[in-house]
Structures are given as structure tokens and as C-alpha cells.
Design a protein. Sequence first.
Length: 680
Amino acid sequence: MNNKDKLIQKLNKEQKDAVLSTEGPNLIVAGAGSGKTRVLTTRLIHIINQKKAFPSQILCVTFTNKAAKEMQNRVMHHVKGTSSAIPWLGTFHSVSVKILRRHAEALGYKSNFTILDTDDQKKLLRSIVKGEDLDAKKFSPQLILYHIDQWKNKGLLPKDVKIEKKGSIIKSILKVYEIYQSKTKDLNAFDFGDLILFCVKLFEEHKDIRGIYQSNFKYILVDEFQDTNFIQNKWLNLLVNEERNICCVGDDDQSIYSWRGAEIKNFLTFDKIYENCKVFKLEQNYRSTKNILETASHLISNNSNRVGKKLWSSANQGELVKLNCYRSGKEEAQGISDIIEQKIKKKYSLNDVSILVRAIYQTREFEERFLQVGISYRVLGGIKFYERTEIKDAISYLRIVNQKFDDLALERALSAPKKGIGESTVNQIYSFGKLNKLCLEDSIIKMIEKGDFKPKIKTTIHQFINMIHKWRKDSSKMKHYDLLKLVLDESGYSSLLKNKKDLENENRLENLKELLRAMQDYDSLQSFLEHVALATSIDQDWEGAKINLMTMHAAKGLEFDVVFLPGWEEGLFPHQKSLEEKGDFALEEERRLAYVGITRAKKEAYLSFAMKRAYHGDWMDALPSRFINEIPEESVEKNETSTFENDEFEFNQDNSIDFDEGYKSPGWDRYKKKMLKWKK
């Protein structure tokens, strides 16, 4: 038996069928942990070894460069000969760049075009906003880029965008988009969103060029197909030839990126668009225990928009999924920390343990707890709480209010938000201070008196120093967390974030709310600032293993022996804002996110919720997530927590709760009574 036969013999029946069905349209529905990458790679190797096509006649599209590199290495290992490298294996963007380099002239560009990064884009947009005399605060680069990206994901150039409302902000942004595209053309440059869009434009406008690639690509393979957006799907459809040898692999139950433009309908309608499509379901999971799979499968079965499959495993039943309730978010962090210390550390490496949250600000309470008890951790896909830009900005204000000699804090506060005070002005102030042995604040006051600043800078910097003096007076008569609210409002920092309607700034606002909540645990501004200084100066790069902290979105594609899933409460998960904006569509995506979170666990999974959480400085009663009610009782062990005495808490799981009343989480007394029975 040769190597290629051995490779196929290692597959299970469903995997083997999917690999050997090389002709015509194929959809492989690959459940979590079902060996998706192995099937896709083996299929690619099989096509080459069977001499069905030369490597250069196969297009294989992945979503990340890492996935492309991994697949390239696997193929090279199993296919003989130096010519076996797959020249058309890469991401949508990298393949598009290769095509555009060859045919840029057909679009009026030169082949040595530049690819703009985000900083280049922002710089260009700032100059356009200034040139159009638009309000720079109202029309931030982030806001404009968000809309441009949305349009490009839908295949819309400026001339294609239709806006009904007259005089709207969107109309002004469209004008900026038009100028932006004109300027990038002058620069002989494409941005990231242009790469796929202009490839599509190339194929649509030049059928001869499109024909070259259609005839060349005898086989097309696509990974993570559930994450494709409109323009990516159109790109693929334009490359499929009459033979229709396209194979898409993915999992509709793991489609969690609609906020990035992903359209699950591409996956769900594939077999309708491509007639006589063969659908293969990979349902054997090689990752998790039976209890974990049963929990996840039962939960996701509540979604109606799905292909439908049921994961199974030949592994043992495993431990029951733990479902814990805590009094508060803080006690949840303590309780999980105690489980890790007392149980998990004895059985697993911390590298194989992960805490997956719905919103990144939730990591704060865990970080503080781990610092307190000396558990090493890392934040993946994010920055540690007190190192996040908006947190450092806010704390710089508090530090300079606390004491005027903190030059570094004042320097940061001068540019957050930007006040038109550049590096040369700051250097000028420092030079004056060094010469006169003064701190930065006193130097500014003296230089204002001497008239050393230009009129515009003088006005701005004088107003800011006056605000600092006012805040110092305010600090003597108000709570330190109320002071921060005032500072963020009066400095313009809050409005700056609120005016930029994108996910990044929403997360920053949530982080600032969490900072305000954290401050309430300390008696004074001084004690809080001491805590922050110690938290950020402790050496967190300890040797050895570390617990992984990340969002559920960031965890997709990863796996861990033990997974903790805290914060399963209405309003937090499923997320209230998502439900309000997109209703049932959002609810199904939130449920898919829950499914992704649970299926990251190989051996043990812990779900938890709190009775109350702090929100905008006030304690709010929290209700358990509706997803908890969708979990099968037989695979769950409830209320294993040291927070409650046995006679104080009774968990009641009731499957009769009707959520048709709406999506509002506050005031669901009926739900609360059915889910939880508290003894007064």
C-alpha cells in the first residue's frame, strides 16, 4: 500500500466519501472537531496524485495565511517532486493580489501598485475630510472606513451606492468615498477591500481574462465557506467553469462573523445555486467527550437556519458539563479561580485551560483575581485590561488630577483626545521646564504668561489647564468614580468614542464602563491609582504555563482540555444590543457562538452566571441566559459552587419558558421565578 492510499485509509467513511467525490459541486458540512482540515488537504493531495490536474490548475482558498501555510506544508509532505507546490493556495486577498499584478493595466493601474495599510488609509481620509471642510470629530477616519468597508464587502463602488436620505451623514461619507477612490487611483494604490472588489470588476469587465482563469482552474477548494461575504462569494462564482468542480468546506453552526460581513446564506443556499450538488456531513467529532458534544448539539438544535447534523464521538462519556451560579461577577471570578487552584491545576497544564468571554471587558475581574492569587495568564486576541489605550488614557487624566508633577500623565492627556498640540510643542514645553526646573504643568502656565504659544495653541492649552484645576477642586467633593465620569465627559473623550459608530469604539466604551465599576472597589482615588500601578508593574511574564483569556470569537479554531464560559446571562449573552438590532437573526448567531464556545472543550466545560452584575455603576439583577434553558439536564451537573450554602439556593430548569414576549431582559419576573427559586 503506497503513501497516498494509506492517507485515505486513515479516514472514516464519511471523510473518505468526501475526499473521493472530486467531480461536480460538493459541499462538506464539517462539524466542530470532525477533521475538516485533514479532509480538505487529503482531497487536494488525492487530486494531484491521481493526476486529475497539475498543482497549478487547482485553486485552494483559505481564510488565514496561517491556514494556507499549514496546508501547503502538509501537501508538500505527501506529494513528491519540487513542482508540487500549489501556486494558487492562499487567502482570497493573496490570490487576488496575484491576479491583479498580472492584469492591473486592464483596470487602468500599473502592475507595481501599492497596497495601503490602515494608517495610510486614515492619513488619506484625514486630508480629504480637511479638504472638504468637514467636522473632523464627526467624520473620523474609523467611521468613514467602517462604511467604505461595508460598501466594498457588498461590491459597491461610489457610483453604485444609493442613498435615499438627503443631507445625511452617510451622503457626506459617500462623497469622501468618491474622492478617496479617485486619490487611491492617482497613487496607483489599492486598499485591502479593493483587492477582491477590483478582481471581481476585472472578471466582469474583461470576459477574456476571466476565461483564462476559468479554463485554468479545473478544481476549486474553499475552506471556512460559512465565513464568506457577498463579494467573496461572487469572486468564487465568477471563477467556476462549466465543469463546476467546486468543493466548499465549512460549518454553518460556526458562522459567527456577520458583523464582519459574513453571510451564512452563502452556505445554506449553495446546494440550490449549484444543482446536483453532493452534500457530505462530517459528524464524528475527534475532540470532545460525549457529554460536551451532547450539550452543544442540543443547544444548537434550537436554531432553524442550519443544514442540520448531530455530532457524535467514540470517546468516553466524560465528566458532566458543570453549571455554576454565583452572587456577582466578582465572586464568579473568585469561584473559577478556586476551581482552577484546587482541581484543574492538579490534572492539566494551565496552557490547556481557557476562559472564554462574550465581551472583552469581562477579562478585567479575572485578571485582577489572577494577579491577586499569583496565577499566570495571557490575553489572546486582545490586550490586558490596564494596558488598553482607552484605559491608559482615562488613568492619565486621573493621575494628573491626583498630582501635578506627573509629566508623563499630562503629556498623554494632552493628546487624548487630540487637541492640535503636536510633538514640537511638547518638546518646546519640556525644554522650557528643563531650563527653568519646572514640571510640565507649571511650564505651560509660565509659557502662557510669557506669550510663547501661537494663539490657537495658547487658547486650547489654556482651556485644558483650567479644566485640570477645576477637576482637582471637584475631586475634593465627589466620589473618585463620579469624577472620572465628569472628566471623560468634559474632556470630550466620551463623545469622541460615541460619535464613532463601530465595534472597536463600542468595545472601548464598554471597557471604560468596566473601569468605572472597578474604581468602586476602592475607597479613594489614591488607593485606586496605587492598585493600577501595582497591577501593571508586576512581572506578568512568569516562566511556565499560563491560562488563556479571550473572547469566544477569538477562540474559533482553537481547542483546550478545559474551558470556562462565564457570564451566561440575558443581556450579556445573548448580547442585548445584538438582539435589539437584528432580532431572531442575531439570536441564532449568538447561539452559534455559544456552540463554538462549548465545542472548544476537549475534556471539561464549566458554564456559569451571576445573580447580579454592576452596570453603569449600579447593581442590576441578572437573569440566567435563555441558552442555559436549552441545555439537556442529563449532561449537566448544576450548582457546583462554594458560594452558596445548599439550603440557600435551588436551581430549577424549566423547558416551558416562552421567549416570544420580546427580547428585553429587565423585568422578566416570570422567567426569573421559573428559572431560579431563592429562599428569602
